[in-house]
Design a protein around this ligand. Structure first.
Ligand SMILES: N[C@@H](CCC(=O)N[C@@H](CS)C(=O)NCC(=O)O)C(=O)O
Length: 202
């Protein structure tokens, strides 16, 4: 049985997995879960991921693996997208934890709210706070990337894939990336990688 990816087309978390699978040239079955219609909260889907969120990868033996960065880590094992040495692997994890704690909850959430939900007063206020925190995360990336090509070991890894997913569409959440020169140059380098696929296929 092939891999099956349960995903939502506009999800950056799902896109991370699609991008790595494309780099690897790995065939998979795609199953759309419409999160805007509550399909990630049905009992059928909760049996796959009790946390009710996509992406979920179903492995060949029927195991369901959730959490985008855990899926990246699993798929990248033994490939050029994950260093072999302990320190390099730990640094990849360092940036993927940063992505989940400091970046995604701010940059991705504001994008989702602005794209898909009506902003009431409370959400507008929270969006402003998250925008400040999102810019703080982008500034951390900018400082790290100044003078570097990629996040870890001067090579393209799943840390880059993880951080690329929501950074390259941050403008959809109202984030102006023009001050982040090193980040913008890095986004360009990611786009040049063999097997790159866009979030929005034309
Ligand atoms: N930490 C999770 C976050 C996953 C997540 O937030 N998924 C969203 C779409 S990007 C989702 O499924 N939302 C639907 C819901 O919460 O019901 C990951 O990295 O995979």
């Amino acid at each position: 049985m092939a891999l099956t990816l349960y995903d939502f087309h506009d999800s950056g978390n799902g896109y991370k997995v699609r991008l790595l699978l494309s780099h690897l040239g790995t065939a998979y079955r795609y199953e759309e879960v419409d999160i805007l219609k509550g399909q990630s909260r049905t009992s059928e889907f909760l049996a796959k991921n009790p946390n009710g969120r996509i992406p979920v990868l179903e492995l060949e033996d029927g195991t369901f693996l959730a959490e985008s960065n855990a899926i990246l880590y699993y798929l990248a094992e033994g490939t050029r997208y994950l260093p072999e040495e302990t320190l390099g692997r730990a640094q990849v994890l360092q940036w993927m934890f940063f992505e989940q704690y400091s970046h995604e909850p701010n940059v991705a959430t504001v994008r989702f709210w602005r794209k898909h939900l009506d902003l009431d007063d409370d959400r507008r206020r929270r969006a402003e706070e998250k925008t400040t925190l999102g810019h703080a995360a982008l500034a951390v990336m900018e400082r790290h990337l100044a003078g570097r090509t990629f996040f870890v070991d001067e090579r393209y890894t799943i840390a880059d894939i993880s951080l690329y997913a929501y950074t390259h569409v941050a403008d959809e959440g109202g984030f102006d990336l023009s001050p982040y020169v090193a980040v913008r140059a890095w986004l360009e380098r990611v786009r040049e990688q063999p097997g790159y696929v866009p979030l929005y296929p034309s």
